[in-house]
Structure formats: C-alpha cells, structure tokens
Design a protein around this ligand. Sequence first.
Ligand code: HQG
Length: 182
Amino acid sequence: MEIDLQQLSRTMAYALRHQPANFGLTLDDEGWVSVDALVSALRQHRTGWKHLQVSDIEHVIALPGKKRYELRTGRIRAYYGHSLQQRMQRETAVPPARLFHGTTPAAYERICQSGLLPMGRQYVHLSEDRETALQVARRRTSQPVILVVAALEAYQDGVQFYLGNESVWLADAIPPIYLTRQ
Ligand code: HQG
C-alpha cells in the first residue's frame, strides 16, 4: 500500500515532539531515538504501516518544505517543536542581529504585556526570515502580525538562543523590550 508521507510526517511529529511514550519510545536528553525503534513503533501504529521501511522515513525527510527531522547515524530527532515535559537540550548559539516571529493580533496584545513565551512548547520559535514568519502566522490567522526580535541584543543581555534547523531558531522567553512590530 502507498504510504501517505504527510500523514507519516504528522505521526512522526507526534512521536518525536509530543508523546513518545504513547509509541513506547524514550527520547534521550537531546531528543534522539533509534530509527529502528521508531520504525517498529510506527509499524504497530497503523494497519497500513505494517511494512514501513526506514526508506519511508527518509522520504519524509526529503520532502520539500520545512526541515522537521534530523537523521544521523541510525538515530532520528525532531529539530524543534517539542512539548513533552522532559526538556530537550539544544545547542546554544549566538543569534543574528534580527530574527522574526509571526503571530496573531490577539496573541500580539498579550505579547506586548508579557513578551514571547514558549506557551505549549519548550522554547519560543523564531524565524531567520520574514517570509517564514509570515507562513508561521498564516497557520492561525489571515491577519499576520510580524515581530522583529532584537536577538543579538537580547542574547547580550542574557537571553539564551538555541539552534533549531537552518531557518528556525529557539529561545527562552523574550521580554517585550526586544520586540518591534513591523
Ligand atoms: C503565541 C510550526 C500569548 C505565539 C511553525 C504563537 C513553527 C503568545 C503561539 C513552530 C505569547 C504558540 C512553532 C504570550 C507567544 N501570550 N500568546 N505571551 N507568546 N505566544 O505553535 O511559533 O509545522 O507553539 O505567537 O512553523 O506558532 O509544526 O508556536 O502564536 O516553526 O513543523 O503562542 O511550529 O512548525 O504557538 O510555531 P506554537 P509557533 P511545524
């Protein structure tokens, strides 16, 4: 049976970002799990996935668009997006001068008061470019609000930044003084 790669990707996100225990998986401190363990868990998850192969996972990773999963030497992890309680250790890094965050008008009102907070995830998610931030906001609203984050300044004042993938940065809470609406 043909595997629906979008559906597989969504289920991988669920397993690698949110509910590994529901798949009988344990992630290490950096979010890694063996690809073989993930494949066996996914085979049991859906009848049509009984014969799932590592190559199906590789096809998901090769899909155009967002780079959500990192596959390295027999292990796999989500680059970002985690919500599980166990905090995933990410590599800290010096951010560029400016990063972007796309959000909704309603959230913007709250963000002006309390700054950017991780909310349901472990980290605040930021984009390297404005266009990506626009796409992030459009998941939720037809009236995107784009914030420019004075990332380097925040970093120099002690806010930690972490590598996500090549266009997504992660950070701890960012106070409103570093945010400008564009
Ligand atoms: C908002 C997707 C109220 C924040 C995307 C956002 C991204 C606040 C929402 C990745 C707030 C959290 C993450 C505050 C922030 N008060 N609302 N103080 N601070 N918010 O989904 O950044 O397709 O957890 O603006 O592309 O939207 O899943 O974060 O609207 O890269 O791979 O709270 O998820 O990638 O929402 O998206 P999210 P996000 P995938």
